[in-house]
Design a protein around this ligand. Sequence first.
Ligand SMILES: Cc1cc2nc3c(=O)[nH]c(=O)nc-3n(C[C@H](O)[C@H](O)[C@H](O)COP(=O)(O)OP(=O)(O)OC[C@H]3O[C@@H](n4cnc5c(N)ncnc54)[C@H](O)[C@@H]3O)c2cc1C
Length: 365
Amino acid sequence: MKYDYIVIGGGIIGMTTAREIANRGASVAILDRQSFGNEASRVAGGILSPMRPWIENKDSIALSEKSKTLYTNFIHELKNETGIDSQLIRSGLIITNKAHSQETKIWAKKNKIELIEKINIHYPKLNIPNHSILLPEIFQVRPTLLLNALYKSLQNLQVKLLENSIISHIQIDKNEFKYITLSNHKKIYSNNLIITAGAWSKLVLKSINNEVNIKPIRGQIINLRSNKSIIDKIILDGAYYLIPRHDNNILIGSTMEDVGFINKTTDLAKDQLLQWGYSIIPQLIETKLVSHSAGLRPAASDGKPLIGLVTNFKNIYINSGHFRKGILQAPASAKLLADHLFGEPSFMDIHNFSLEYRNNTKKIA
Ligand SMILES: Cc1cc2nc3c(=O)[nH]c(=O)nc-3n(C[C@H](O)[C@H](O)[C@H](O)COP(=O)(O)OP(=O)(O)OC[C@H]3O[C@@H](n4cnc5c(N)ncnc54)[C@H](O)[C@@H]3O)c2cc1C
């Protein structure tokens, strides 16, 4: 069989992209070297907001804003299709860092975003400074549930799911993708190839393109369980944050570590995250540590994802490099690419995220 599309990489971006394309009637195979959703996407906190929107470039902001508008429907449709509720919750986000709360005030005013300055919440012993602010309209989703829902949705859509499939060769002929050969010598043919391999996207493309500038940035996160509800708002303090889940689990994240492809947890990070958590909510000392995980965020060199055609190829596309916002930006990124592939008008120009555009602006600069 020859598919319309093969998608390489079964994280949130690959699965959302495969679903979007299959929903439009194309035949799709999605392939991963392990089981789907086992890397950065599974570890993510699921905050549906950039951490510091005032330093983001305008294209990335536009993509994030579009995704926010798509999220309610996205989760609702997935629940209807699969029965899995990905727990989209309007948690609100408290910002405690002084400089960041000042910057957020300016940004919120400029963008007409609702913001509360005098936070009136009465959790026991919550150590947050008076200058803290609350953004009430920030949502969270539960990535592990979302990945399960996407998996089931792809099954329902008859997408070919190729897990534990190791690529040994990508066949190109005159700038055109032809087929993939797997380590078991099986060939998979398709009219188009889409790379969604997160932090590994550059490695997947290494033999055919050297312009994809995405590198891994490790993030570590811990999961605590409480036997009662302690807080219902997300708290963000510089790089660290605390995310309360529906079921009294509390996540504390995250580190930002430039350590290459070493995807391991460290005791140092665990201690730092716990100490920060206890300093904000001393009651957390009574909670149980459930897990400690690490994931590699795909960081593009200029801070915005790569979406669109890979330079010099007729039928190889990329959707990758979403760094700290892959969960947030997945629905809009998939829509932008699918609109382009199906020749439909979209909410913004895909060239803002394409490799050609970046190369041209580099030449101008
Ligand atoms: C600690 C932490 C917290 C985060 N919190 C948030 C948050 O609150 N909100 C948010 O929006 N984002 C968050 N992120 C970022 C988010 O997790 C990523 O942006 C997103 O998961 C990237 O998705 P992806 O599908 O591109 O990559 P991944 O989920 O890493 O998936 C890539 C897939 O490609 C596969 N692959 C790699 N190489 C190959 C190959 N050669 N052949 C086949 N398959 C291959 C991998 O096995 C993997 O399944 C967080 C990240 C971390 C680490």
